[in-house]
Design a protein around this ligand. Structure first.
Ligand SMILES: C[S@@+](CC[C@H](N)C(=O)[O-])C[C@H]1O[C@@H](n2cnc3c(N)ncnc32)[C@H](O)[C@@H]1O
Length: 241
């Protein structure tokens, strides 16, 4: 089998311009982002880190809820460019600080943030353990790490039939939804994305049992997982330091 790429940067470079008109149109995505913001317990003046911020959909929801201060990182310059246009347009320059940075290269130092959040971004990281340990380190005591993710274990070999069935089950639910709400353009994008999940090509999903275990191993004391209501193949995890 041909060697697949492991860095997704080109894929996101290509997707950036149509992110908001594809996944950004899907109600389920917004429902998950809203649940992440609600579960985070965000309050005024909190320092927030948004990992894999993309076009800023999550960061902007945090700011809608509370007057907080956001550091937003993403490995894609093109995604950040779109987010920065929104920041300028909404006059939020002093409230959101964008940086082109990969989750694997974070160097924020200890006890910095009240909330670290990541929505459908950390499954792109192949080696998750060091990243979660780093997140634990950069949170203040009592701080929360909140993830909104697909609840799907895609570890293993592409030709494992059980693994393939798990991915196809997810894709059946997701593609119908995406076609209905995002139209053909969104369907096309997510259909191509499905192949990347199957081939382990920059997509490395794990189940929430595995996310919870990684958090406990990193030192988080309390870990809570809840499904996104009506879309149980997505879940939100809150880990408290
Ligand atoms: C599906 S988008 C999610 C964007 C946003 N969080 C949202 O929920 O709408 C995934 C984002 O993660 C970014 N990303 C992928 N791998 C990354 C990594 N290793 N470090 C930082 N960002 C990454 C991509 O560039 C992309 O913007």
């Amino acid at each position: 089998m041909k060697e697949v790429t492991t860095d997704n940067r080109e894929w996101f470079q290509d997707w950036a311009n149509e992110y908001d008109s594809t996944l950004g149109k899907v109600k389920r995505h917004h429902k998950m982002l809203d649940q992440v913001v609600r579960s985070s317990g965000i309050k005024r003046d909190d320092l927030v880190l948004d990992i894999g911020c993309g076009t800023g959909l999550l960061s902007l929801k945090f700011l809608d809820k509370a007057e907080c201060d956001i550091t937003a990182i993403d490995s894609s310059a093109e995604m950040l460019e779109i987010f920065q246009e929104k920041i300028k347009k909404c006059r939020l320059t002093g409230k959101i600080h964008c940086m082109q940075k990969s989750a694997e290269d974070m160097d924020f130092g200890p006890d910095k943030f009240d909330i670290v959040a990541a929505t459908v971004s950390l499954h792109h990281v192949k080696s998750k353990e060091p990243v979660i340990r780093n997140i634990y380190g950069c949170l203040k005591s009592g701080g929360r790490f909140v993830i909104g993710e697909i609840d799907m274990d895609t570890t293993g070999k592409p030709d494992d039939p059980d693994r393939l069935l798990r991915i196809l089950d997810y894709l059946t639910k997701e593609l119908v939804l995406v076609m209905k709400e995002g139209g053909v353009q969104a369907f096309e994008r997510m259909y191509d994305n499905g192949k990347k999940h199957i081939l382990n090509d920059g997509e490395y999903c794990i189940g929430f049992g595995q996310w919870a275990e990684l958090c406990r191993d990193a030192g988080f004391e309390k870990v809570e997982v809840n499904p996104v209501e009506g879309f149980e193949w997505f879940k939100v995890l809150v880990a408290t330091k």
